[in-house]
Every structure is written in structure tokens, then in C-alpha cells.
Design a protein around this ligand. Structure first.
Ligand code: MGD
Ligand code: MGD
Ligand code: SF4
Ligand code: MO
Length: 760
């Protein structure tokens, strides 16, 4: 990286340290108060007590000790005894409090008046307006003309209340969430292969493996504390990174396979082929615990190293060497993130990783597993309790027995529970376009930045009769489009639980007052229930902790059973607890993995081998659009659409000031592009102007643009995995050229890029 920006060089230095394999420097960097210029207690604000809670950014779920003065947070430091992070945090965690103080916090409900201005109103008017408009629209167009988009970034208690209120209380049929953008492929893959959506690992597995295979994952940037756990592995593990880019993680690996984007499926089948051929299969495990291996073995016969090399662009020798290292490993773990899930064939690619773990018996033992790393702080809570695709507790809306069970637990009439799941996110958007959905309620997500194929999406949102946005900030791209904005409290200003990647349930607490009239999402949902006239139905849902008790009942008997966790205090004392934790016979170890007994969640207790032929890329680079565009996380200091992270002075210094594209030096030379030049990147759908970063980390013919700039998704191609309906953000065809002096690409790009005031 060669960016003329102080923040970037500091960040580079941080990354250099993170790369240090012995972990010592990393630990110092991440733990040292003041290591990032953070952590000092302001002189006039000496803390008088501390409390701890989990971080509200990523799914790692680090413990943070919050320093309080007169009950209000003045500072924080990573919790040294929390089993996840053991005293470490990344820059976002360190800065979690400062982003709460931003001047663009939403402090009062805002209603768009007929002249287009947004007018402050009180909560009574906000609720009356919301409920009246929604009821009017439902009366004219039917109950399913209203939909909601939820999130993986609020507490489980909140998302369960939202999903239950919307579906059982308000008769809304369609609701989805930003976890569709993120986790859907892993969810479907696990459900089909294991019988339940259950990431099987504990983070300790990163320290126990002798071979760690990372597929489409860049933990140095996206999960820095998990990377730190890798550096604490005492077994000198093989670290195999499969990523088209030579990422920070790839640089630290023992082996990097720069696959052609979306050719992972062929590669993983190729490994299976070689391992079978070379006798590396665990027949005993396969026979006792799986179905479908014979068919799978027959299927991968065609995936010879020669074919795989042709399809992946890798050398035959590297493919064979990697298969050999996987075969030789005694404790091999396979980890994947968005490079796998965000693909037109994400489910099958995830299952190809699962197949490798199953066929080599690398599951259920320390240091093994087919492990999807989740993204948002409560993606796992949303997978189980958002009540969107799945009925509460990982159940099925279409099964009468599941509906009866939930109706019984919640003491509601069974006919209140819809007998079908929601439309997926893209189907909801299509529904708006087709005029079927007239009102949308968006909670803690920012689709007007993060959704794929942005120009089309913005037009579609503009078609709505009524758009309600519930957010911490009034300035997000989506909030600015809202007819009604509901000001929400954020992390640190409310309580509840989050579930991290390793299934650990952790607490968040109220350590600050929310600004102005902003309310916890929980309180907003309770208000909506009251004004809608269904408050009685949620009488028992009186506080987050009361809802936790309901969630326990909903989880009982399910694979995610945590009915044995008594209450919040128990969670607090234990430093978070992993599911399962049933009322009877729970394993009380601090770090636990699934499938130690080889029993999976299908009725016959067996896991399935699932596979299909790779399908071609939906948009193949060529002609005018000869570059392949990859998108993803740009730095450890940036979070998604930057509504939070752009509000911290410290974090702003740690990432590049201007939006950027990474270009291979050979391509840059050919197009006479120099580092720092403004360039234009264009797809069939839109174009944008960004600064060139010339770096060999991207292969020739490829470009990488971080997702944090609002215009990135103007380029992306709205295609979806057929099974999971997850958007394929990580591949489309684009062109590249130098921008002419003072070239203005599109007047709206400025609007897209500067909304957050982050580039002053
Ligand atoms: N700092 C920071 N951390 C975050 C987030 C954030 O916004 N900022 N977001 C959180 C969330 S919600 C998520 S989901 C995670 C995402 O975490 P990651 O998935 O690790 O992050 P990405 O950068 O989106 O993608 C990972 C890698 O996939 C590679 N890739 C692209 N296409 C392919 C392909 O076809 N095959 C393979 N093998 N690799 C490919 C990209 O080059 C990229 O390096 O991060 C979480 N952590
Ligand atoms: N091109 C491209 N696009 C991508 C991706 C990619 O790799 N490439 N990755 C995708 C992935 S994996 C993800 S997860 C999505 C993320 O996409 P988004 O969910 O749209 O991104 P965030 O910026 O996290 O948006 C969260 C919103 O919730 C608000 N918020 C935070 N806390 C609270 C709270 O407690 N209550 C309320 N009411 N509001 C709150 C924030 O201010 C913010 O506006 O982006 C996706 N988009
Ligand atoms: S790694 Fe994730 S959970 Fe830990 S401090 Fe950073 S953002 Fe928070
Ligand atoms: Mo995500």
C-alpha cells in the first residue's frame, strides 16, 4: 500500500506488527493502552467503577471493560479475563464509546413534511403517524404490503421482539435482514449438510490446529482478534490462504493460493479428488456419521489437477502440495467468510469445505471443523431469532408442529403465525418495484449504501409510499430518504445479549444515556406494539431480561438450547456462555465445540455430502469491461457504511482519506496510471472516480475497491446465489481509465461519498 496519508502509514505499521508470527508484538499493539493513542483516562474524569460487556462491532465478540464515573462510561479497555480476546481489542473496539458522541446522532423523531423538509416531532406523533400510515396501507393493499428489513447489529431480545411484533402482532409477512448480505450461504449450507445452522467451532480451535485453511477470509483486517488467536497457536501450523488477492492474511500464511475469483468450488473438489486418490480418507468416520460419500467420490473423479489448474489459474504443483498438506494434518480446520458466501454459488462452495472436513474426519475434535466465521456482532442471534426466514429458535414456518410449539410457548393463537417464510431481501426489493410492497421499515441497516446494484435500489426505495428508518444517526444514506426517522440508542446505551461466531452469548449493558429523545430499539418496538393495539400480546416481553427468559423457552429442545443459563447475572459471571447449554446435563467447559459425538442434526444423525458442477460467472470480464472487480473490507478501522467509524478522530487517521481502487502495477503501467492518480472505474451499471493505489496484492486484470465508500455498490451486479439468495458482491466486470483533469464523473457521486462528513 502506498498512500500519502499519515493514517495509512500508521495503519501499515499496525499491520506489520499484526503479521509478527510470534504474537508478542501483536498483543502489545492491541493491548497497550495508548498503543493507538487511545485508552488514556481523561484527567478530569477519573473512573470510580468498572463493568464489562461485549463489543458491538464484529462477530468476534470481544469483552470490553468499561470505566464508569457516576454510572456513565468515560473510557474502556479490553477485558483481560474474557475468554475470547484475553485483553486484546482492535481499533474499533477501543473507539466504541467515542462514536456515540457524534453531532449527527438522531436525537428526535423526524417526519418529512409535504414540502420535503424533515421536521422534528415528538414520540407520540411519530408513533401515531407510523401506525396510522401502516394500517391505512395494509387496509388498502393487504397486510403483506408492508415489509421490514432488520439487522445483525441489535440485541437478540430486540430482534426477537421485532420479528414477533411484525409477524404475529402486525400481520406483516415479509421481513428480512442484512444478514442475507452476509451469512445466508453459510446458513443454507449448514442446514442442508448438518441439519441445523450450527457453526461447530470454538475459537480455541485456531490455537489447536496444525493446519488452518482460510478460504475467502481476511481476518487480519476483518477479525483481527481471531488472527491474534492464530498467532498464539503453539503448533507452528500450516496456514493456507485461498484468496485472489495477496491480503495481509495471505502475506502471513505459509501458503497462498491466488485463485481466480469464484473458482474455489473446482479447487476444493480438486483437493477432495487428490485426497481420495492418495488414501487420505477417514473411512471409519464417513461410514459411521455421513451419507452420500460414494456419490461424492464418483463426482470428484473428474476434478484432476490438470482440470483444476485450468479452472483456477493455479499451478498443478501448488494444488497437489496443498492437498498433501491438508492430508498430512492431524487437526485441520477449514474457515470461510465472504469470499465464499458472497458468490453466485456460495452454498455449494461452503459445502465443498464441509465435505473436506467430513471426509478427512476433521470435525468434532480440537483444532478441526468446517467453520463459517460470522460478520456482525449479532449475526448469530439474527440467524436464530430474527423470525424472518426461520421461525423463532431455528424452526420452520412451514411446519405445523413448529408453529404449534411456538404458539404454545408465547401463549398466542396459532393462526397468528404465518405458514410460510418471508421473501428474501432481493424479493422484497422486487416486491417494491412490482408495487406489491408499499411501506418498508428499516432497522439498523443502511441499504442505500450496502445493497447490491445501488442506482436501481435507490430508485426502488423512492417508489415506496412510506419509508420508516430506525437508526442511531440521521445522516445515513437510507435515513436521509426516510419519511419517518426514529432515533435509536446504540451499543452502550441499552442492554441485551449478542451471540458471537463461536455461539457465545454475551451481554451488552447501558453505560451511557442515549442523546436527546433517542430510545433503545427495544423500547421503540414496545411503543409500536402499544400504538398498533397489540401491546397485550407482548405484556410478558417487559424488559430485555424478561425476553431472555422467553428466548430460553424457545431454545429448549432445539440444537441451540440455552435454557440452562439462568439469567444475565449468570452470563456476566461466566464471561459469556456458548450454546448449547441445556437445563439438564450441560457441559460447563468455557470453550466448547459441537459434534464431538459424531452426531449431526438430521433425523438419522448423519451429515450429508452435497455437491454440484460449478456454474460460470454471471458476468465474465472482456471487451470494454475487461477487469474483474472484487470488493470487501478495506481496513481494521472501518466498519461497513461508516456511519459509526467515520465519527472517531482516531479511526479516521487509520484509514485512507479518499475512496480508492487497488490496481496491479502491470495494469497501471499499461494504462499510464500512477499511484495517487484519480481514475474512473465503470461497470454496465454505474461509474465512480477513485484514487489509484498501485499494488501487487491484486493480480493483473483484477481491481479491488473497499465497500466503505457509498458509491462502490453502484458498480456491483445484482446477482444472487440460487439457494441462499445472498448477493454476489465479489465479482463483476468493470473498465478502468485515468480520469481527465477535474473530471466530474457524476454529480451524484459527490453526494454518495460525502454524506457522512468523513472526508473533511
Ligand atoms: N474492519 C472491519 N471488520 C469487519 C467488518 C467491517 O466492515 N470492517 N465487517 C464484518 C462483517 S459483517 C463481515 S461479513 C466480515 C467479512 O470478513 P471477510 O470475509 O474476511 O472480509 P472481505 O474483505 O469482505 O472478504 C474476504 C476476502 O474474500 C476475498 N475474495 C473475493 N472473492 C473471492 C473468491 O472468489 N474466492 C476467494 N477464496 N476469496 C475471494 C477478498 O479478496 C477478500 O480478501 O467482516 C466483519 N469484520
Ligand atoms: N460491495 C459490497 N457491499 C457489501 C459487502 C461487500 O463485501 N461488498 N458486504 C455486505 C455485508 S457482509 C454486510 S454485513 C452489509 C452491511 O451493511 P449495513 O447493514 O447496511 O451496514 P452498517 O453500516 O453496519 O449499517 C448498520 C446501520 O445501523 C445503525 N445502527 C448501529 N447500531 C444500531 C442500533 O443499535 N440500533 C439502530 N436502530 N441502528 C443502529 C448504523 O448507524 C448503520 O446505519 O454490507 C454488505 N455490502
Ligand atoms: S475484533 Fe471485533 S469484537 Fe473485537 S474489538 Fe474489534 S470489532 Fe470489537
Ligand atoms: Mo457481513
Amino acid at each position: 500500500m502506498t498512500l500519502a496519508n499519515d493514517g495509512q502509514s500508521l495503519f501499515d505499521r499496525a499491520i506489520q506488527l499484526i503479521r509478527a508470527k510470534d504474537g508478542k508484538l501483536t498483543r502489545e499493539l492491541l493491548r497497550e493502552p495508548g498503543g493507538f493513542g487511545l485508552g488514556q483516562v481523561p484527567a478530569n474524569k477519573t473512573p470510580d467503577s468498572v463493568t464489562s460487556m461485549v463489543c458491538g462491532f464484529c462477530s468476534t465478540g470481544c469483552g470490553l471493560t468499561v470505566h464508569l464515573r457516576e454510572g456513565s462510561a468515560v473510557n474502556l479497555s479490553p477485558t483481560t479475563i474474557y475468554p475470547v480476546n484475553r485483553g486484546m481489542a482492535c481499533p474499533k473496539g477501543w473507539e466504541a464509546l467515542s462514536v456515540l458522541d457524534a453531532p449527527d446522532r438522531a436525537t428526535v423523531p423526524l417526519l418529512r413534511s409535504p414540502d420535503g423538509n424533515r421536521v422534528p416531532i415528538d414520540w407520540n406523533k411519530a408513533m401515531t403517524t407510523m401506525v396510522t400510515r401502516i394500517k391505512e396501507i395494509q387496509a388498502v393493499h393487504g397486510p403483506d404490503s408492508v415489509a421490514f428489513l432488520s439487522t445483525g447489529q441489535i440485541a437478540t431480545e430486540e430482534m426477537a421482539l421485532l420479528g414477533s411484533l411484525a409477524k404475529f402482532g402486525m400481520g406483516i409477512v415479509h421481513g428480512d435482514g442484512n444478514t442475507r448480505q452476509c451469512m445466508a450461504s453459510a446458513v443454507v449450507a449448514y442446514k442442508q449438510s448438518f441439519g441445523f445452522d450450527a457453526p461447530p467451532y470454538t475459537y480455541h480451535d485456531l490455537e489447536e490446529s496444525d493446519c488452518i485453511v482460510l478460504i475467502g477470509a481476511n481476518p487480519c483486517i476483518a477479525h483481527p482478534v481471531l488472527w491474534e488467536r492464530v498467532t498464539s497457536n503453539p503448533h507452528s501450523p500450516e496456514i493456507i490462504v485461498i484468496d485472489p488477492r495477496r491480503t495481509e492474511t495471505a502475506m502471513a500464511a505459509t501458503m497462498h493460493l491466488p485463485v481466480k475469483p469464484k473458482s474455489d468450488l473446482a479447487l476444493l473438489y480438486g483437493f477432495a479428488h487428490l485426497i481420495i486418490k492418495n488414501g487420505g480418507v477417514d473411512h471409519e468416520f464417513i461410514k459411521a456419521h455421513t451419507n452420500g460419500f460414494e456419490e461424492f467420490a464418483e463426482f470428484v473423479k473428474d476434478y484432476t489437477p490438470k482440470r483444476v489448474a485450468a479452472e483456477t489459474g493455479l499451478h498443478i504443483a501448488d494444488i497437489c502440495e496443498t492437498a498433501c498438506r491438508i492430508q498430512q494434518g492431524k487437526r485441520v480446520s477449514f474457515w470461510w467468510t465472504m469470499g465464499v458466501n458472497q458468490s453466485h454459488q456460495g452454498v455449494k462452495t461452503a459445502q465443498a469445505a464441509i465435505n473436506l472436513a467430513l471426509m478427512t474426519g476433521n470435525i468434532g475434535r480440537p483444532g478441526t471443523g468446517a467453520n463459517s466465521i460470522t460478520g456482525q456482532c449479532n449475526a448469530m442471534g439474527s440467524r436464530l431469532f430474527s423470525n424472518t426466514t426461520n421461525l423463532l429458535g431455528g424452526r420452520d414456518f412451514t411446519k405445523a408442529i413448529d408453529r404449534t410449539k411456538v404458539a404454545g410457548i408465547l401463549n398466542i393463537p396459532e393462526e397468528r403465525i404465518p405458514d410460510r417464510g418471508s421473501w428474501a431481501y432481493d424479493q422484497i426489493i422486487d416486491g417494491i418495484r412490482a408495487g406489491k410492497i408499499k411501506a418498508l421499515w428499516v432497522i439498523a441497516t443502511n441499504p442505500a449504501h450496502s445493497w447490491i446494484g445501488q442506482n436501481q435500489l435507490r430508485e426502488t426505495l423512492g417508489q415506496l409510499e412510506f419509508l420508516v428508518v430506525q437508526d442511531m444517526y440521521h445522516s445515513t444514506e437510507t435515513a436521509q430518504m426516510a419519511d419517518l426517522l426514529l432515533p435509536a440508542a446504540g451499543w452502550g446505551e441499552k442492554e441485551g445479549t449478542l451471540i458471537n461466531s463461536e455461539r457465545r452469548i454475551g451481554l451488552i449493558k447501558k453505560v451511557r444515556r442515549a442523546p436527546g429523545q433517542a430510545l433503545a430499539d427495544f423500547s421503540i418496538f414496545k411503543l409500536v406494539a402499544h400504538y398498533y393495539g397489540v401491546g397485550e400480546m407482548f405484556a410478558e416481553w417487559s424488559s430485555p431480561e424478561a425476553v431472555f427468559q422467553i428466548l430460553k423457552r424457545l431454545s429448549a429442545g432445539q440444537p441451540c438450547d440455552f435454557s440452562g443459563i439462568e439469567n444475565y447475572q449468570t452470563l456476566d459471571n461466566a464471561g459469556g456462555m456458548q450454546w448449547p447449554f441445556p437445563a439438564e446435563g450441560a457441559d460447563t467447559a468455557t470453550e466448547r465445540r459441537l459434534f464431538a459425538d459424531g452426531k449431526f442434526f438430521h433425523a438419522d444423525g448423519r451429515a450429508k455430502f452435497l455437491f454440484e458442477e460449478p456454474r460460470p460467472l454471471p458476468e465474465i470480464p472482456g471487451g470494454r469491461y475487461r477487469f474483474q472487480l472484487l470488493t470487501g473490507r478495506g481496513s481494521a478501522a472501518q466498519w461497513h457504511t461508516q456511519t459509526r467509524t467515520s465519527k472517531s478522530d482516531v479511526l479516521r487517521k487509520l484509514y485512507p482519506r479518499d475512496p480508492l481502487v487497488e490496481i496491479n502495477p502491470a495494469d497501471a503501467k499499461q494504462l499510464a496510471i500512477k499511484a495517487g492518480n484519480w481514475v474512473v472505474v465503470e461497470s454496465k451499471r454505474g461509474r465512480l472516480k477513485v484514487r489509484a493505489v498501485v499494488t501487487p496484492t491484486v493480480p493483473p486484470g483484477h481491481l479491488f475497491i473497499p465497500m466503505h465508500d457509498a458509491s462502490t455498490n453502484r458498480l456491483t451486479d445484482p446477482v444472487f446465489d440460487r439457494e441462499s439468495r445472498q448477493p454476489a458482491y465479489k465479482s463483476c466486470a468493470v473498465s478502468l481509465r485515468r480520469a481527465a483533469n477535474d473530471e466530474v464523473i457524476d454529480p451524484t457521486q459527490a453526494e454518495f461519498s460525502t454524506l457522512k462528513g468523513s472526508r473533511s
